[in-house]
Design a protein around this ligand. Structure first.
Ligand SMILES: Nc1ncnc2c1ncn2[C@@H]1O[C@H](COP(=O)(O)OP(=O)(O)OP(=O)(O)O)[C@@H](O)[C@H]1O
Ligand SMILES: [Mg+2]
Length: 445
């Protein structure tokens, strides 16, 4: 049974066509993985499917009363809401009622009869809507993901915040679940749990992932967005790769043949008076059409070769941690840690969500200070920090301004260069922040 179709859907931002007459049909119970390069429009396609944005052209049909849940790509911002509140939001009005009940029930006994009265009136309203089962759902999803109901989002790590949003998407038993890079920021336990859960999920699933294991284990069909076109590859990942190579080869051969004919036509038109006398209108028209087609051809974006620039050599020592401890309130995060980081070390920090990995980095950066112990940094260090929440990116500035930090120059291998050198001109507008998106773009990285 079909739950959703896209018919001849097009969408462009500025001159850039992200969807170019795209068709898609989603059947109940399918597990579709959407793949494509960074910035090709995958998240935008999910926004179209969820109805949060509308296409420029074409039609999106959803089955009557189809319930869609959508886990967005970004880590949600810090707010003072509790995990329970955010998860219950996935249930709409009833969720708000359950949140009130949850909060009041925590305070009964502490205060007066007012809360008892409020509690009983809330109980009646929940009774009337048959909401207890649903309350149970919130509790179940929280316990499955081991999320602490009363913790504030602002106090949660990036990985936990994404798990909370996942719980919000799951709690309402959607018919169609959209997951945009669900495993980003999640620890191994959460990923394993998610994989098992999705394998037995009854509704239709569409997911975007760069995690091949998840893709291989879950997808029953792969769809690929590539230069505005959507191609569908039923079957698993191996089958997709084989098919994809074949198609690229066919496309390359067809383009080469086309270009050769075009060159011949161009040479003919330039042959001057003799040719002009004899030239026929049909051939001129063909040439014009070919020129148009060539200029509209969506070319494969080039590859970027990225060089990480090391700063001037300073001493060998980068950081020395002596008996460092750190706590948030009464939660001890780092206990008596001593370690040394030397130049050329590549240190991977692993651990469950919320165990303190980002906190450790912030200690080394000096953004926060240890409760005990000390951290000695090497001399003449230049530190580059790519933070999980990307709060260092100024969403109102262009990519260019963010990279050069507002200056007219950037430093490449220790030499000052005018800033346009590092970034190709044509790419900037594509990455420009747009308020409608609501979050900083990950492709800015
Ligand atoms: N509201 C908007 N206004 C203008 N441009 C936008 C808007 N939303 C997205 N874009 C641009 O459209 C392109 C596609 O963005 P999108 O986020 O859909 O890509 P993506 O395939 O999900 O990329 P990634 O793999 O990095 O997540 C990007 O170039 C982006 O800058
Ligand atoms: Mg995306």
């Amino acid at each position: 049974m079909t739950v959703l179709t896209l018919n001849d859907v097009s969408l462009a931002y500025g001159h850039r066509s992200l969807m170019d007459h795209v068709d898609l049909r989603v059947a109940a119970g399918e597990r579709i993985c959407l793949v494509g390069r960074n910035g090709v429009g995958k998240s935008t396609l999910f926004r179209l499917v969820s109805g949060s944005i509308q296409p420029d052209d074409g039609e999106i049909w959803r089955k009557d009363s189809l319930h869609i849940s959508y886990l967005e790509q970004e880590v949600p911002a810090a707010t003072s809401d509790t995990i329970f509140e955010v998860v219950a939001l996935g249930l709409g009005d009833l969720g708000r009622l359950l949140t009130d009940y949850h909060n009041v029930s925590h305070h009964v006994g502490e205060s007066d009869s007012v809360s008892l009265d409020t509690l009983s009136s809330l109980q009646q309203r929940i009774d009337a809507t048959g909401g207890w089962n649903i309350n149970q759902k919130v509790e179940t999803v929280l316990s499955r993901l081991s999320l602490p109901a009363d913790k504030r989002i602002a106090d949660c790590s990036g990985g936990i915040r994404r798990q909370v949003m996942l719980a919000q998407a799951l709690v309402s038993d959607p018919d169609l679940l959209l997951l945009d890079e669900p495993t980003n920021h999640m620890d191994i336990t959460a990923i394993n749990w998610l994989e098992g859960f999705l394998a037995s999920f009854q509704g239709a699933l569409m997911f975007i992932t760069h995690d091949r294991t998840l893709l291989k284990h879950l997808a029953t069909r792969i769809i690929e967005l590539d230069r505005g076109k959507l191609a569908s590859f039923p079957g698993d990942y191996v089958h997709y790769q084989r098919k994809k190579d074949e198609l690229l080869e066919i496309e390359t051969r067809a383009n080469a043949k086309f270009d050769k004919t075009l060159v011949a036509h161009e040479a003919w038109i330039r042959q001057g008076i003799k040719a002009r006398r004899t030239r026929n209108e049909g051939r001129v028209k063909t040439l014009e059409a070919m020129r148009r087609a060539r200029s509209q051809r969506q070319v494969m974006p080039g590859r970027v070769s990225l060089d990480v620039d090391s700063s001037d050599l300073s001493g060998k020592r980068v950081a020395d941690l002596h008996h460092v401890s750190f706590r948030y309130g009464d939660h001890l995060v780092i206990r008596d840690l001593s370690t040394r980081i030397m130049r050329k070390d590549r240190v991977g920090i692993i651990g469950p969500n919320g165990c303190g990995k980002s906190t450790l980095l912030r200690l080394i950066l000096g953004e926060i200070t240890p409760d005990s112990g000390r951290i000695a940094m090497g001399s003449r260090l230049q530190i580059a920090y790519f933070d999980q929440q990307r709060i260092r990116l100024d969403a109102n500035q262009t990519v260019r301004e963010n990279v050069s930090e507002g200056s007219d120059h950037i430093f490449v291998r220790g030499r000052s260069r005018r800033r346009h050198i590092g970034i190709a001109r044509g790419t900037i507008d594509r990455f420009r922040w747009h308020p409608a998106v609501g979050q900083p773009r990950s492709d800015i990285s």
